[in-house]
Ligand binder design. Sequence first.
Ligand code: HEC
Ligand code: HEC
Length: 334
Amino acid sequence: MKMKALGAAVAFTLSAAGTAAWAQQVRDEPIKPIQPYVSSNPAKVELGKKLWFEPRLSMSGIISCNTCHNLSRGGTDNLKTSIGHGWKAGPVNAPTVLNSSLALAQFWDGRAANLVEQAGGPIQADIEMNMPHALALDVLQSIPGYVAEFKAVYGSDRITIGMVTGAIAEFEETLVTPNSRFDQWLQGDDKALSAKELAGYTLFRDSGCVACHNGPAAGGTSFQRMGLVEPYQSTSPVEGRSAVTGVDADRFNFKVPTLRNVEMTYPYFHDGEAATLEEAVDIMGRLQLGRTYSKDEVDSIVAFLKTLTGDQPQIALPILPPSSNATPRPNPFQ
Ligand code: HEC
Ligand code: HEC
C-alpha cells in the first residue's frame, strides 16, 4: 500500500500500556490512537484538580492554570499570546494541556522535561501568576482544608512546592482525549470518516506531514525547524530550541505541536499568527514541504484535522476550601 512508504520512515512506539491484542486491531499508521488514562492515585488527581482551578496561587487572586488553559476551550485561551498578571502579554501562544503528557518535553522550546518540572514555572512567572513559591505555600498552609488534603495524599503536615507540582501533574495526566472519530477509524471502523476526511488524511500522510506530526498526539515527538523549505516571517523575538541548547542550528526549532483537538486550539503557531486552520495548513505545506495545496486540498486536510477532536475531559468543578483568617490576601495591583 502507498501509505507504507512514509509510515515506514517514521519511527514510533506504542506506549507500554498498549496490550498486544489491542495493538493488533489498530491500523498500521504513523498516528496512533490515544488510550484513556486511569490514575492509580485518584486522591492525588482530585487535589491536583483543585490546584489547577486555584486562583489563590496567583498574586492577583484571579488567575489560575485554567485561565489560560481553559478546559472548556480545548485547554487554551484562544488568544494570539497569553495575558497574565497586570494584563501583561506573554511572548507566545498558550499550547493546549490536553494530551501534553504524551509529548517528549514541555513548552514550545522544550525547556521543561516533564509536567512536574513545568508546573512550577507559571505560578511564579511575572507575566503569568506572579506568585513567589514561598507565598503560594504560605497561602496553602494557612487553609485547613488543603492541609488535611495534602496530608491525606502525601502523609505530611508540611506542604512543599514538589507536592503542589506533583499533584497538578497527576491531574494533567488525566487530560487525554481518546475516542476521536479518527481513532475510531484507526481501530477499524471504516464508517467513522467521510470520503473527504479520509482523502484529507491520505493527502496529509502521503505529502509528508506525518514526518513531524506522528505518534498518538500527532505531534510532540520531536523538535523541528519552523520554515524548513522557506523561512517563516515573524515579528516575534522568540527563537525556540536554541534558547535551551545554545546551539545556533536549533534557532527557530520548536516542539512539533500536537494536532489533537486542533479545531479548538486556534489561533496557531508559537506566535499565534495563523488565525484559521486553512491558513495554518497552507503555510505548513509551503514552508515545511515546499508544496502549494489547492483550495480543495486545504479543505480536505482541514476536514481530516477536525476528526482529531476527541472526548473532552468531563470535569465536575471542584469546590475549593475557604481561606482562614490567617491566609495572605490577594494583591491584584502589585
Ligand atoms: C497567563 C497564562 C498562563 C497561565 C496562568 C498558565 N499558563 Fe501554562 N502556558 C502558558 C503559555 C503562554 C505557555 C507556553 C510557554 C512557552 O512555551 O514558552 C504555557 C505552557 C504550558 C504547558 C506546556 C504545554 C506544551 O505543550 O508544551 C503546560 C503543561 C502548562 N502551561 C501548564 C500550566 C499549569 C499547570 C499552570 C498553572 C500552575 C499554567 N500552565 C498556568 C500560559 C499560561
Ligand atoms: C518538518 C516538520 C513539519 C512538517 C513536515 C509539518 N509540520 Fe506542522 N508544524 C511543525 C512545527 C515545528 C510546528 C510549530 C511551528 C510554530 O509554531 O512556529 C507546526 C505547526 C502546525 C500546526 C499548528 C498547530 C498549533 O497548535 O499551533 C498545524 C495545523 C500543522 N502544523 C499542520 C501541518 C500540516 C497539515 C502539515 C503538512 C502539510 C504539516 N503540519 C507539516 C512541524 C512540521
